[in-house]
Design a protein around this ligand. Structure first.
Ligand SMILES: [Zn+2]
Ligand SMILES: [Zn+2]
Ligand SMILES: [Zn+2]
Length: 95
């Protein structure tokens, strides 16, 4: 199974990611937890279909479902954040 490169937890069993704030070039992004999306309405106890966190928990970074708290679009695609490559680079350096 996959391990989150940011919180280093097993994604299938972790309740939430522990990285609450993401640095942006223009400031910081306070992340939206699973269940606060405009296009998703999880049932009680339903894990995120992509990253498997529990409702109310932060998505693991890079989750398809997470919405950008800044612009409201899909965080992976909205362009506010282009740090994913850097996150992976850091992970490789630490490994
Ligand atoms: Zn995580
Ligand atoms: Zn998710
Ligand atoms: Zn955005």
């Amino acid at each position: 199974m996959a391990t989150c490169i940011d919180c280093r937890q097993e994604m299938a069993t972790a309740a939430a990611c522990s990285v609450a704030v993401i640095p942006l070039r223009s400031g910081i992004l306070i992340r939206r937890p699973w269940g606060s999306e405009s296009s998703w309405r999880p049932r009680e106890g339903e894990r995120c279909p992509d990253c498997a966190v529990l409702p109310g928990g932060l998505h693991h970074l890079g989750c398809d479902v997470e919405e950008c708290a800044d612009c409201g679009h899909q965080l992976l695609a909205c362009g506010c954040l282009d740090l994913f490559d850097e996150f992976e680079l850091v992970d490789e350096l630490l490994a």
